[in-house]
Design a protein around this ligand. Structure first.
Ligand SMILES: Cc1cc2nc3c(=O)[nH]c(=O)nc-3n(C[C@H](O)[C@H](O)[C@H](O)COP(=O)(O)O)c2cc1C
Length: 166
């Protein structure tokens, strides 16, 4: 059987922390159906978007450090975003990657080019230390525009709370 391509966008600095454990519970049952490409945001060191508007004319970013992630975004059929919650949001290295997709927003709105005409699926995984359930709604709301831009429908979300107690 031909396996589908899944991109794992990983937001934790920890190799074996709470987020990785939650991620493995999701990816293990999918191993027969998908190949996984991992983008480890803390190792990537992606430059933040500077809103320089280069992409509004050129349809590409002036910083070349995103090219391999761009290729993975375009080719994957499933995006799994797995992250810890930092200050009710995303860790900065993951946020930098999310912000760099402004390239696609500008391509779509200014250049009328949509690289994501094919539908994708998405899985959202987030872990957080507190019992504050509002984290879940906030994370969902913040990630919604990103998934929408990539034409990805969230088919599953996994939230693990109270990790400070574990
Ligand atoms: C800088 C920082 C900010 C955090 N902010 C929050 C927060 O706003 N709400 C919360 O419930 N937990 C917060 N946490 C706790 C983490 O979300 C929690 O420990 C998470 O499960 C860590 O996952 P990991 O083991 O994969 O790194 C924060 C932790 C750090 C280091």
């Amino acid at each position: 059987m031909n396996k589908k391509k899944a991109l794992v966008l990983y937001g934790s600095p920890h190799e074996n922390g709470h987020t990785k454990k939650a991620l493995l519970t999701v990816t293990k049952p999918l191993e027969s159906y998908y190949t996984f490409e991992l983008v480890d945001s803390f190792k990537e060191n992606i430059h933040p978007c500077t809103d320089c508007r280069f992409c509004t004319n050129k349809g590409q970013c002036k910083f070349r450090d995103f090219d391999h992630i761009d290729a993975l975004f375009r080719s994957c059929e499933l995006i799994i975003l797995a992250t810890p919650v930092y200050n009710l949001s995303f860790p900065a290295p993951l946020k930098a990657i999310i912000d760099r997709t402004q390239l696609y927003f500008n391509m779509k709105t200014k250049l009328k080019i949509n690289p994501f005409s094919q539908k994708k699926e998405a899985i959202l995984i987030a872990t957080y230390g507190s019992q504050d359930k509002s984290c879940e709604e906030l994370i969902f709301k913040q990630i919604h525009p990103f998934f929408k831009l990539l034409n990805a429908t969230v088919i599953k979300s996994v939230f693990i709370s109270d990790t400070d107690l574990l």
